[in-house]
Design a protein around this ligand. Structure first.
Ligand SMILES: NC(=O)c1ccc[n+]([C@@H]2O[C@H](COP(=O)([O-])OP(=O)(O)OC[C@H]3O[C@@H](n4cnc5c(N)ncnc54)[C@H](O)[C@@H]3O)[C@@H](O)[C@H]2O)c1
Length: 313
């Protein structure tokens, strides 16, 4: 049994990771400042003797004794990360330094939740880990994209300079229960609009594609990466290569919710990438991982979650 720190543990992915680590028999120290995370996500864990919650902002140093760190703290949706862009960059960069500093002092492994945003608006498709990206340093997404890029740099410099054991995971669009209902991400947007019978907003002509990974697949990949062979650092893409247009996604959501919602078209936001799809050969080879849950099945579970929270009000 290990004592494992999960920063951002009250968030969407973090709370599912806490569930997984507890199920594997570990102790979990969940660290979160509740900027986008919620007590609801971890409410069911509060009575678990192996679970501990600490309200803390990772931009400040943290002195605790743990055996492993998963660094997930960072708002992940554009609405949230653009709300206070300076704080977003601080969370990514200073938060990473603080977690790396802790890992260095304790001589333990640390995993970074990086992102496909590293690739920006990609000029090659699909994206392998070797692609260096096409990011606008000045745009409204840069606080997140560049913050995460700098965090990756810090991870590799701590590894080379101080010998810290690192694992870097580039997460592609992930969806599932416990996503925020109002975070502007396409899956939650469409589902909430469909369940409320509101118009479904499509940005652009709806022909831009995304790949969607169900949360359980993501968490399995994250856990396998942390426990991968010594010396394997990544970065490794974790995502679902199945590609869907926004129109296809909207139609599937309408079908599964039995909704009468209509589609309405709005202009594309600035710097919104047109395509994103992971090459997952490295994850298959090194982690023996690939996503298993088809979009339809994952959407049914996600719709049932949103249906419940909308009823709760
Ligand atoms: N969900 C995705 O599709 C996706 C894709 C790529 C990368 N990621 C990365 O995965 C991680 C988790 O994403 P998520 O979707 O669960 O987002 P989320 O917003 O639900 O979770 C982030 C958590 O971090 C916490 N947090 C934010 N700033 C903090 C700070 N300064 N100190 C302490 N806690 C802080 C929030 O309160 C929240 O609980 C993020 O690092 C994100 O960049 C997610």
């Amino acid at each position: 049994m290990k004592r494992i720190l999960v920063s951002g543990g009250a968030g969407f992915l973090g709370s599912h990771l806490c569930d997984k680590l507890l199920a594997e028999g570990h102790e979990v120290l969940c660290v979160d400042n509740f900027f986008t995370g919620s007590r609801r996500n971890i409410y069911h864990l509060l009575d678990n003797k192996r679970f501990e919650l600490l309200r803390h902002d990772v931009t400040h140093p943290l002195y605790v004794e743990v055996d492993e760190i998963y660094n997930l703290a960072c708002p992940a949706s554009p609405i949230h990360y653009q709300f206070d862009p300076v704080q977003t960059t601080k969370t990514s960069v200073i938060g990473a330094m603080n977690m790396l500093g802790l890992a260095k002092r304790l001589k333990i492994k640390v995993l970074q939740a990086s992102t496909s945003e590293i690739y920006g608006d990609p000029e090659i498709h699909p994206q392998p880990e070797s692609y260096r990206g096409n990011v606008n340093t000045l745009g409204p997404r840069a606080c997140y994209d560049e913050g995460k890029r700098c965090a990756e740099t810090l991870f590799f410099d701590y590894h080379r300079q101080h010998g810290v054991a690192i694992k870097v995971m580039r997460i592609f669009n992930t969806y599932g229960p416990r996503m925020h209902p109002n975070d502007g991400r396409v899956v939650s947007n469409f589902i909430v609009q469909a369940l409320k019978g509101q118009d479904i907003t499509i940005y652009g002509d709806g022909k831009q594609t995304r790949s969607f990974c169900y949360v359980d697949d993501n968490i399995e990949g994250m856990y396998k990466l942390m426990n991968s062979r010594a010396g394997f650092t990544g970065p490794v893409n974790i995502g679902n290569p199945g590609e869907f247009t926004m129109l296809e996604l909207a139609q599937l959501v309408i079908e599964l919710t039995n909704s009468k919602s209509k589609l309405v078209f709005m202009p594309l936001p600035q710097d919104d990438p047109l395509q994103r799809k992971p090459v997952i050969d490295l994850a298959k080879k090194e982690l023996d991982w690939e996503p298993k849950i088809p979009l339809r099945e994952g959407l049914i579970k996600t719709i049932s979650y949103f249906d419940q929270i909308l009823k709760e009000g």
